[in-house]
Design a binder for this molecule. Structure first.
Ligand code: ADP
Ligand code: MG
Length: 476
Protein backbone atom coordinates (compact mmCIF):
# COMPACT_ATOMS: atom_id res chain seq x y z
CA UNK A 1 0.00 0.00 0.00
CA UNK A 2 1.21 3.47 -0.78
CA UNK A 3 1.86 5.80 2.07
CA UNK A 4 -0.03 9.06 2.32
CA UNK A 5 1.48 12.44 3.16
CA UNK A 6 0.98 11.99 6.88
CA UNK A 7 2.73 8.65 6.92
CA UNK A 8 5.58 9.85 4.75
CA UNK A 9 6.13 12.90 6.90
CA UNK A 10 5.98 10.76 10.02
CA UNK A 11 8.75 8.53 8.65
CA UNK A 12 10.74 11.65 7.83
CA UNK A 13 10.26 12.93 11.36
CA UNK A 14 11.49 9.65 12.80
CA UNK A 15 14.78 10.09 10.98
CA UNK A 16 15.00 13.81 11.66
CA UNK A 17 14.56 13.21 15.36
CA UNK A 18 17.69 11.10 15.43
CA UNK A 19 19.68 13.73 13.61
CA UNK A 20 18.85 17.01 15.29
CA UNK A 21 18.94 18.14 18.89
CA UNK A 22 15.73 17.73 20.91
CA UNK A 23 15.48 21.51 21.14
CA UNK A 24 15.97 21.91 17.39
CA UNK A 25 13.38 19.24 16.70
CA UNK A 26 10.82 20.86 18.92
CA UNK A 27 11.44 24.32 17.56
CA UNK A 28 11.73 23.65 13.86
CA UNK A 29 9.99 20.39 13.06
CA UNK A 30 7.08 19.95 15.42
CA UNK A 31 5.22 23.00 14.05
CA UNK A 32 5.36 21.65 10.49
CA UNK A 33 2.21 20.13 9.02
CA UNK A 34 2.24 17.78 6.04
CA UNK A 35 -0.32 18.95 3.48
CA UNK A 36 -0.31 16.61 0.54
CA UNK A 37 1.65 14.13 -1.50
CA UNK A 38 1.32 14.17 -5.26
CA UNK A 39 3.66 12.64 -7.83
CA UNK A 40 6.50 12.25 -5.35
CA UNK A 41 6.13 15.85 -4.23
CA UNK A 42 5.54 16.23 -0.55
CA UNK A 43 4.12 19.58 0.49
CA UNK A 44 4.68 20.74 4.04
CA UNK A 45 3.22 23.80 5.65
CA UNK A 46 5.52 26.03 7.67
CA UNK A 47 4.39 28.89 9.90
CA UNK A 48 6.37 31.71 8.31
CA UNK A 49 8.78 32.84 5.69
CA UNK A 50 11.45 32.99 8.32
CA UNK A 51 10.78 29.40 9.21
CA UNK A 52 11.22 28.34 5.64
CA UNK A 53 14.47 30.21 5.32
CA UNK A 54 15.77 28.75 8.51
CA UNK A 55 15.00 25.21 7.40
CA UNK A 56 16.67 25.81 4.06
CA UNK A 57 19.67 27.37 5.67
CA UNK A 58 20.26 24.80 8.38
CA UNK A 59 18.60 21.57 7.47
CA UNK A 60 18.56 21.41 3.70
CA UNK A 61 21.09 18.59 3.36
CA UNK A 62 19.32 16.46 5.90
CA UNK A 63 15.93 17.11 4.33
CA UNK A 64 17.21 16.26 0.88
CA UNK A 65 18.63 12.97 2.01
CA UNK A 66 15.49 12.01 3.85
CA UNK A 67 13.13 12.93 1.07
CA UNK A 68 15.22 11.00 -1.38
CA UNK A 69 15.16 8.01 0.93
CA UNK A 70 11.40 8.20 1.44
CA UNK A 71 10.26 9.13 -2.04
CA UNK A 72 13.06 7.98 -4.30
CA UNK A 73 15.27 10.06 -6.55
CA UNK A 74 12.28 11.91 -7.99
CA UNK A 75 11.26 12.98 -4.52
CA UNK A 76 10.77 16.65 -3.92
CA UNK A 77 9.77 18.81 -1.05
CA UNK A 78 7.64 21.89 -1.36
CA UNK A 79 6.95 24.40 1.31
CA UNK A 80 3.69 26.08 1.77
CA UNK A 81 4.14 29.20 3.81
CA UNK A 82 1.36 30.74 5.80
CA UNK A 83 1.44 34.37 4.81
CA UNK A 84 1.69 36.77 7.69
CA UNK A 85 -1.27 38.99 6.76
CA UNK A 86 -3.58 36.07 6.21
CA UNK A 87 -3.47 34.68 9.69
CA UNK A 88 -7.21 34.52 10.23
CA UNK A 89 -8.02 33.21 6.87
CA UNK A 90 -9.17 29.63 7.07
CA UNK A 91 -7.69 28.90 3.71
CA UNK A 92 -4.33 30.60 3.90
CA UNK A 93 -2.74 31.69 0.71
CA UNK A 94 0.31 29.61 0.25
CA UNK A 95 3.33 29.88 -1.91
CA UNK A 96 5.39 27.05 -3.19
CA UNK A 97 9.12 27.04 -3.15
CA UNK A 98 11.49 24.32 -4.16
CA UNK A 99 14.05 23.16 -1.63
CA UNK A 100 16.90 23.85 -3.96
CA UNK A 101 16.14 27.52 -4.22
CA UNK A 102 17.53 29.77 -1.55
CA UNK A 103 14.97 32.55 -1.38
CA UNK A 104 11.26 32.02 -1.53
CA UNK A 105 9.73 33.70 -4.50
CA UNK A 106 6.54 35.27 -3.34
CA UNK A 107 3.37 34.95 -5.39
CA UNK A 108 5.09 32.88 -7.98
CA UNK A 109 4.68 29.17 -7.59
CA UNK A 110 7.83 27.53 -8.88
CA UNK A 111 8.56 23.89 -9.21
CA UNK A 112 12.09 22.73 -9.51
CA UNK A 113 13.46 19.28 -8.90
CA UNK A 114 15.51 18.83 -5.80
CA UNK A 115 19.13 19.40 -6.51
CA UNK A 116 20.57 15.96 -5.97
CA UNK A 117 23.96 16.81 -7.32
CA UNK A 118 25.81 16.27 -4.06
CA UNK A 119 28.40 13.56 -3.98
CA UNK A 120 27.09 10.11 -3.15
CA UNK A 121 28.02 8.67 0.20
CA UNK A 122 31.27 6.87 -0.13
CA UNK A 123 32.00 3.58 1.43
CA UNK A 124 35.64 3.58 2.47
CA UNK A 125 35.81 -0.17 2.46
CA UNK A 126 35.06 -0.67 -1.19
CA UNK A 127 38.42 0.22 -2.59
CA UNK A 128 41.07 -0.87 -0.14
CA UNK A 129 44.57 -0.47 -1.41
CA UNK A 130 43.84 2.42 -3.70
CA UNK A 131 46.40 5.14 -3.24
CA UNK A 132 44.56 8.29 -4.15
CA UNK A 133 41.63 8.41 -1.82
CA UNK A 134 38.52 10.35 -2.47
CA UNK A 135 37.21 10.64 1.03
CA UNK A 136 34.37 12.77 2.24
CA UNK A 137 36.03 14.74 5.03
CA UNK A 138 32.82 15.14 7.03
CA UNK A 139 33.64 18.75 7.75
CA UNK A 140 30.91 21.25 8.50
CA UNK A 141 31.69 24.45 6.57
CA UNK A 142 29.96 26.57 9.21
CA UNK A 143 32.53 25.53 11.77
CA UNK A 144 35.29 27.65 10.29
CA UNK A 145 38.00 29.69 12.00
CA UNK A 146 36.23 32.72 10.67
CA UNK A 147 33.16 31.83 12.71
CA UNK A 148 35.15 30.93 15.79
CA UNK A 149 35.36 33.94 18.06
CA UNK A 150 38.68 34.39 19.77
CA UNK A 151 38.83 35.13 23.48
CA UNK A 152 41.06 34.55 26.47
CA UNK A 153 39.13 31.34 26.99
CA UNK A 154 40.40 29.75 23.79
CA UNK A 155 43.53 31.65 22.75
CA UNK A 156 46.05 28.86 23.20
CA UNK A 157 43.89 26.17 21.61
CA UNK A 158 42.95 28.43 18.75
CA UNK A 159 46.47 29.50 17.89
CA UNK A 160 47.81 25.98 18.26
CA UNK A 161 45.04 24.88 15.91
CA UNK A 162 46.03 27.54 13.48
CA UNK A 163 49.67 26.52 13.61
CA UNK A 164 48.69 22.92 12.95
CA UNK A 165 46.54 23.99 10.02
CA UNK A 166 49.49 25.82 8.49
CA UNK A 167 51.82 22.86 8.80
CA UNK A 168 49.89 19.67 9.40
CA UNK A 169 52.19 17.03 10.83
CA UNK A 170 55.03 19.52 10.83
CA UNK A 171 54.73 21.10 14.25
CA UNK A 172 55.43 19.84 17.75
CA UNK A 173 51.67 19.77 18.29
CA UNK A 174 51.13 16.20 17.23
CA UNK A 175 48.76 15.05 18.43
CA UNK A 176 46.89 18.22 19.18
CA UNK A 177 44.44 17.45 21.94
CA UNK A 178 41.71 20.00 22.56
CA UNK A 179 39.85 19.49 25.79
CA UNK A 180 37.15 21.29 27.75
CA UNK A 181 33.58 21.09 29.05
CA UNK A 182 30.43 20.56 27.02
CA UNK A 183 29.46 23.13 24.47
CA UNK A 184 32.68 25.13 24.66
CA UNK A 185 33.68 24.75 21.04
CA UNK A 186 35.85 21.62 20.83
CA UNK A 187 34.01 20.21 17.85
CA UNK A 188 33.87 23.60 16.18
CA UNK A 189 37.59 24.17 16.55
CA UNK A 190 38.44 20.66 15.36
CA UNK A 191 36.40 21.24 12.21
CA UNK A 192 37.97 24.66 11.73
CA UNK A 193 41.43 23.13 11.65
CA UNK A 194 40.27 20.53 9.14
CA UNK A 195 38.63 23.14 6.92
CA UNK A 196 41.69 25.35 7.00
CA UNK A 197 43.94 22.46 6.04
CA UNK A 198 41.63 21.57 3.17
CA UNK A 199 41.77 25.19 2.00
CA UNK A 200 45.53 25.36 2.14
CA UNK A 201 46.29 21.83 1.02
CA UNK A 202 43.41 20.57 -1.10
CA UNK A 203 45.30 17.40 -2.00
CA UNK A 204 45.57 16.27 1.60
CA UNK A 205 43.16 13.65 2.84
CA UNK A 206 41.44 14.98 5.92
CA UNK A 207 38.92 12.99 7.90
CA UNK A 208 36.73 14.07 10.77
CA UNK A 209 35.10 11.26 12.71
CA UNK A 210 33.44 11.04 16.10
CA UNK A 211 34.84 8.43 18.43
CA UNK A 212 31.43 6.77 18.50
CA UNK A 213 31.31 6.42 14.76
CA UNK A 214 34.85 5.11 14.77
CA UNK A 215 33.87 2.54 17.40
CA UNK A 216 30.80 1.42 15.49
CA UNK A 217 32.73 1.11 12.25
CA UNK A 218 35.26 -0.96 14.08
CA UNK A 219 32.59 -3.24 15.56
CA UNK A 220 31.10 -3.70 12.10
CA UNK A 221 34.54 -4.45 10.70
CA UNK A 222 35.05 -7.11 13.35
CA UNK A 223 31.70 -8.64 12.52
CA UNK A 224 32.38 -8.60 8.78
CA UNK A 225 35.96 -9.70 9.07
CA UNK A 226 37.27 -6.49 7.54
CA UNK A 227 39.42 -5.15 10.35
CA UNK A 228 42.40 -4.94 8.02
CA UNK A 229 40.53 -2.76 5.58
CA UNK A 230 39.34 -0.65 8.45
CA UNK A 231 42.85 -0.01 9.80
CA UNK A 232 44.23 0.43 6.36
CA UNK A 233 41.65 3.07 5.53
CA UNK A 234 42.48 5.11 8.62
CA UNK A 235 46.20 4.71 8.11
CA UNK A 236 45.92 6.42 4.75
CA UNK A 237 44.75 9.74 6.18
CA UNK A 238 46.99 12.78 6.11
CA UNK A 239 44.98 14.38 8.87
CA UNK A 240 42.81 12.40 11.24
CA UNK A 241 40.45 14.24 13.56
CA UNK A 242 38.75 12.18 16.25
CA UNK A 243 36.13 13.93 18.32
CA UNK A 244 35.35 13.06 21.95
CA UNK A 245 37.99 10.40 22.50
CA UNK A 246 36.79 10.04 26.09
CA UNK A 247 34.19 7.64 24.67
CA UNK A 248 37.00 5.19 23.97
CA UNK A 249 37.34 4.72 27.69
CA UNK A 250 36.76 1.14 28.77
CA UNK A 251 36.63 -0.06 25.16
CA UNK A 252 39.83 -2.03 25.08
CA UNK A 253 39.61 -3.46 21.59
CA UNK A 254 38.78 -0.12 20.05
CA UNK A 255 41.68 1.47 21.91
CA UNK A 256 43.93 -1.25 20.65
CA UNK A 257 43.11 -0.71 16.99
CA UNK A 258 43.31 3.05 17.45
CA UNK A 259 46.71 2.66 19.08
CA UNK A 260 48.09 1.03 15.95
CA UNK A 261 46.53 3.59 13.66
CA UNK A 262 47.89 6.35 15.84
CA UNK A 263 51.41 4.94 15.71
CA UNK A 264 51.33 4.50 11.99
CA UNK A 265 50.12 8.05 11.36
CA UNK A 266 52.51 9.59 13.84
CA UNK A 267 55.52 7.73 12.47
CA UNK A 268 54.73 8.80 8.94
CA UNK A 269 54.40 12.45 9.91
CA UNK A 270 50.64 12.66 9.59
CA UNK A 271 48.63 15.00 11.80
CA UNK A 272 46.34 13.74 14.54
CA UNK A 273 43.80 16.00 16.20
CA UNK A 274 41.79 14.81 19.16
CA UNK A 275 39.16 16.33 21.39
CA UNK A 276 38.11 15.22 24.82
CA UNK A 277 36.02 16.45 27.70
CA UNK A 278 38.99 16.15 30.05
CA UNK A 279 42.78 16.32 29.99
CA UNK A 280 44.73 13.05 29.59
CA UNK A 281 45.64 12.87 33.27
CA UNK A 282 41.98 12.67 34.22
CA UNK A 283 40.90 10.15 31.61
CA UNK A 284 39.82 6.90 33.17
CA UNK A 285 39.54 3.54 31.53
CA UNK A 286 42.13 4.46 28.93
CA UNK A 287 45.18 2.31 28.33
CA UNK A 288 48.41 3.75 29.66
CA UNK A 289 50.29 3.46 26.37
CA UNK A 290 47.56 5.45 24.64
CA UNK A 291 47.42 8.08 27.35
CA UNK A 292 51.16 8.59 27.17
CA UNK A 293 50.86 9.17 23.44
CA UNK A 294 48.10 11.70 23.96
CA UNK A 295 50.63 13.66 25.97
CA UNK A 296 53.28 13.66 23.24
CA UNK A 297 52.00 16.74 21.50
CA UNK A 298 50.06 19.61 22.99
CA UNK A 299 46.99 19.50 25.18
CA UNK A 300 45.17 22.81 25.01
CA UNK A 301 42.02 23.57 26.93
CA UNK A 302 38.92 25.59 26.19
CA UNK A 303 37.61 27.59 29.13
CA UNK A 304 34.24 29.13 29.74
CA UNK A 305 34.05 32.36 27.69
CA UNK A 306 33.92 35.71 29.43
CA UNK A 307 30.87 37.97 29.13
CA UNK A 308 32.48 39.99 26.31
CA UNK A 309 33.28 36.85 24.38
CA UNK A 310 29.76 35.54 24.88
CA UNK A 311 28.32 38.75 23.53
CA UNK A 312 30.70 38.64 20.58
CA UNK A 313 29.67 35.05 19.83
CA UNK A 314 25.98 35.99 19.89
CA UNK A 315 26.57 38.98 17.63
CA UNK A 316 28.52 36.90 15.17
CA UNK A 317 25.75 34.34 15.08
CA UNK A 318 23.08 37.01 14.58
CA UNK A 319 25.07 38.58 11.84
CA UNK A 320 25.50 35.26 10.07
CA UNK A 321 21.77 34.62 10.25
CA UNK A 322 20.83 38.17 9.30
CA UNK A 323 19.05 38.85 12.55
CA UNK A 324 18.98 42.05 14.48
CA UNK A 325 18.25 42.19 18.21
CA UNK A 326 18.31 45.05 20.70
CA UNK A 327 21.57 45.22 22.64
CA UNK A 328 19.80 44.82 25.95
CA UNK A 329 18.37 41.50 24.81
CA UNK A 330 21.77 40.25 23.66
CA UNK A 331 23.30 41.28 26.94
CA UNK A 332 20.54 39.64 28.91
CA UNK A 333 21.16 36.40 27.07
CA UNK A 334 24.89 36.59 27.61
CA UNK A 335 24.41 37.38 31.30
CA UNK A 336 21.96 34.56 31.90
CA UNK A 337 23.71 31.71 30.16
CA UNK A 338 27.25 31.51 31.30
CA UNK A 339 28.73 28.07 31.01
CA UNK A 340 27.88 26.63 27.64
CA UNK A 341 28.03 28.22 24.21
CA UNK A 342 25.70 25.66 22.72
CA UNK A 343 22.99 26.60 25.20
CA UNK A 344 23.63 30.23 24.52
CA UNK A 345 23.00 29.67 20.84
CA UNK A 346 20.03 27.46 21.61
CA UNK A 347 18.46 30.24 23.62
CA UNK A 348 19.01 32.71 20.82
CA UNK A 349 17.41 30.39 18.29
CA UNK A 350 14.42 29.64 20.49
CA UNK A 351 13.92 33.32 21.07
CA UNK A 352 13.88 34.03 17.36
CA UNK A 353 11.58 31.11 16.70
CA UNK A 354 9.18 32.22 19.41
CA UNK A 355 8.98 35.70 18.06
CA UNK A 356 8.51 34.37 14.56
CA UNK A 357 5.71 32.05 15.67
CA UNK A 358 3.89 34.68 17.71
CA UNK A 359 4.66 37.48 15.27
CA UNK A 360 5.93 39.50 18.20
CA UNK A 361 9.08 41.55 18.08
CA UNK A 362 11.78 40.56 20.50
CA UNK A 363 12.09 42.86 23.46
CA UNK A 364 13.60 42.43 26.87
CA UNK A 365 10.33 41.16 28.33
CA UNK A 366 9.91 38.40 25.83
CA UNK A 367 13.57 37.49 26.28
CA UNK A 368 13.14 37.31 30.04
CA UNK A 369 10.07 35.11 29.88
CA UNK A 370 11.72 32.75 27.51
CA UNK A 371 15.17 32.59 28.98
CA UNK A 372 13.86 31.88 32.43
CA UNK A 373 12.03 28.88 31.07
CA UNK A 374 15.01 27.85 29.01
CA UNK A 375 17.55 28.11 31.79
CA UNK A 376 15.35 26.18 34.18
CA UNK A 377 14.82 23.46 31.64
CA UNK A 378 18.40 22.93 30.74
CA UNK A 379 20.07 23.36 34.11
CA UNK A 380 18.60 20.07 35.24
CA UNK A 381 21.27 17.43 35.53
CA UNK A 382 20.21 13.83 35.28
CA UNK A 383 20.38 12.29 38.75
CA UNK A 384 21.38 8.77 39.73
CA UNK A 385 17.87 8.22 41.08
CA UNK A 386 16.36 9.23 37.80
CA UNK A 387 18.68 6.93 35.88
CA UNK A 388 17.74 4.04 38.14
CA UNK A 389 14.07 4.74 37.60
CA UNK A 390 14.40 4.85 33.82
CA UNK A 391 16.46 1.65 33.75
CA UNK A 392 13.98 -0.16 36.02
CA UNK A 393 10.99 1.00 33.98
CA UNK A 394 12.72 -0.17 30.85
CA UNK A 395 13.39 -3.67 32.16
CA UNK A 396 10.20 -3.71 34.18
CA UNK A 397 11.91 -4.34 37.50
CA UNK A 398 11.02 -2.93 40.90
CA UNK A 399 13.54 -0.29 41.91
CA UNK A 400 13.94 -1.82 45.40
CA UNK A 401 15.53 -4.88 43.84
CA UNK A 402 18.05 -2.76 41.97
CA UNK A 403 19.06 -1.10 45.21
CA UNK A 404 19.15 -4.38 47.11
CA UNK A 405 22.08 -6.75 47.33
CA UNK A 406 20.53 -9.48 45.24
CA UNK A 407 22.81 -11.25 42.75
CA UNK A 408 20.10 -12.46 40.42
CA UNK A 409 21.41 -12.24 36.92
CA UNK A 410 18.95 -9.83 35.32
CA UNK A 411 19.05 -7.54 38.35
CA UNK A 412 22.83 -7.49 38.31
CA UNK A 413 22.77 -6.52 34.65
CA UNK A 414 20.25 -3.72 35.17
CA UNK A 415 22.28 -2.48 38.12
CA UNK A 416 25.44 -2.46 36.04
CA UNK A 417 23.71 -0.51 33.31
CA UNK A 418 22.46 2.02 35.83
CA UNK A 419 26.00 2.40 37.18
CA UNK A 420 27.35 2.81 33.69
CA UNK A 421 24.93 5.63 32.87
CA UNK A 422 25.47 7.24 36.26
CA UNK A 423 29.19 7.35 35.53
CA UNK A 424 28.58 8.65 32.05
CA UNK A 425 25.89 11.23 32.72
CA UNK A 426 26.44 12.58 36.21
CA UNK A 427 29.39 14.08 37.99
CA UNK A 428 29.06 11.62 40.86
CA UNK A 429 32.15 9.76 42.04
CA UNK A 430 32.45 6.01 41.61
CA UNK A 431 32.07 5.60 45.36
CA UNK A 432 28.83 7.53 45.57
CA UNK A 433 27.40 5.73 42.55
CA UNK A 434 28.19 2.44 44.27
CA UNK A 435 26.56 3.61 47.48
CA UNK A 436 23.39 4.45 45.54
CA UNK A 437 23.25 1.08 43.84
CA UNK A 438 23.00 -1.46 46.61
CA UNK A 439 25.94 -0.30 48.75
CA UNK A 440 28.73 -1.36 46.39
CA UNK A 441 32.27 -0.01 46.43
CA UNK A 442 34.04 1.95 43.72
CA UNK A 443 35.79 -1.11 42.27
CA UNK A 444 32.41 -2.75 41.66
CA UNK A 445 31.25 0.31 39.76
CA UNK A 446 34.40 0.36 37.69
CA UNK A 447 33.93 -3.32 36.93
CA UNK A 448 30.31 -2.65 35.96
CA UNK A 449 31.36 0.08 33.51
CA UNK A 450 33.92 -2.26 31.92
CA UNK A 451 31.44 -5.09 31.65
CA UNK A 452 28.88 -2.83 30.01
CA UNK A 453 31.46 -1.48 27.58
CA UNK A 454 32.61 -4.95 26.64
CA UNK A 455 29.10 -6.28 26.17
CA UNK A 456 28.27 -3.26 24.11
CA UNK A 457 31.08 -4.13 21.76
CA UNK A 458 30.11 -7.75 21.39
CA UNK A 459 26.38 -8.10 21.93
CA UNK A 460 23.94 -6.56 19.49
CA UNK A 461 20.88 -6.85 21.74
CA UNK A 462 22.71 -5.37 24.63
CA UNK A 463 23.80 -2.45 22.49
CA UNK A 464 20.18 -1.87 21.52
CA UNK A 465 19.20 -1.68 25.22
CA UNK A 466 21.87 0.92 25.78
CA UNK A 467 20.83 2.97 22.78
CA UNK A 468 17.17 2.94 23.83
CA UNK A 469 18.05 3.92 27.35
CA UNK A 470 20.43 6.61 26.25
CA UNK A 471 17.64 8.14 24.18
CA UNK A 472 15.20 8.05 27.07
CA UNK A 473 17.73 9.61 29.39
CA UNK A 474 18.80 12.36 27.05
CA UNK A 475 15.27 13.52 26.23
CA UNK A 476 14.66 14.01 29.93
P1 ADP B 1 31.77 21.00 22.20
O1 ADP B 1 32.22 20.13 21.08
O2 ADP B 1 32.90 21.52 23.02
O3 ADP B 1 30.71 20.39 23.04
P2 ADP B 1 30.80 22.65 20.05
O4 ADP B 1 32.04 22.78 19.27
O5 ADP B 1 29.76 21.72 19.55
O6 ADP B 1 31.13 22.30 21.57
O7 ADP B 1 30.18 24.10 20.24
C1 ADP B 1 28.85 24.34 20.60
C2 ADP B 1 28.32 25.50 19.82
O8 ADP B 1 28.93 26.69 20.27
C3 ADP B 1 28.60 25.38 18.34
O9 ADP B 1 27.49 25.79 17.61
C4 ADP B 1 29.77 26.34 18.13
O10 ADP B 1 29.72 26.91 16.84
C5 ADP B 1 29.54 27.37 19.19
N1 ADP B 1 30.79 27.97 19.67
C6 ADP B 1 31.57 27.52 20.66
N2 ADP B 1 32.64 28.29 20.85
C7 ADP B 1 32.54 29.28 19.95
C8 ADP B 1 33.35 30.43 19.63
N3 ADP B 1 34.48 30.71 20.29
N4 ADP B 1 32.90 31.24 18.63
C9 ADP B 1 31.77 30.96 17.96
N5 ADP B 1 30.98 29.93 18.21
C10 ADP B 1 31.35 29.07 19.19
MG1 MG C 1 31.59 18.22 20.55
Amino acid sequence: MKKDHNQVWQSCLDVIKDNVSPQGFKTWFEPIKPVKLEDSVLTIQVPSQFFYEWLEEHYVTLLKKIIRKELGTDGRLEYSIIMENNLNNSNPYTIKVPTSNRKAVKNAPVNMPLDLGESPIKNPFIIPGLRKLNVDSNLNPNYSFENFIEGDCNRLARSAGFAVANKPGGTAFNPLLIYGGVGLGKTHLAHAIGIEIKNKYPEKTVLYVSSEKFTHQFIDAVRNNTVNDFSHFYQMMDVLIIDDVQFFSGKEKTQDVFFHIFNHLHQTGKQIILTSDKPPVEMQGMEQRLLSRFKWGLSADLQVPSLETRIAILKKKMYADGIDLPDEVVEYLAYSITTNVRELEGALISLIAQSSLNKKSINLDLAKQMIDKFVKNTAREVSIDYIQKVVCDYFDLPIELLKSKTRKREIVQARQIAMYFAKKMTKSSLASIGAHCGGKDHATVLHACRTVNNLQETDKHFRKYLEDLEKKLSIA
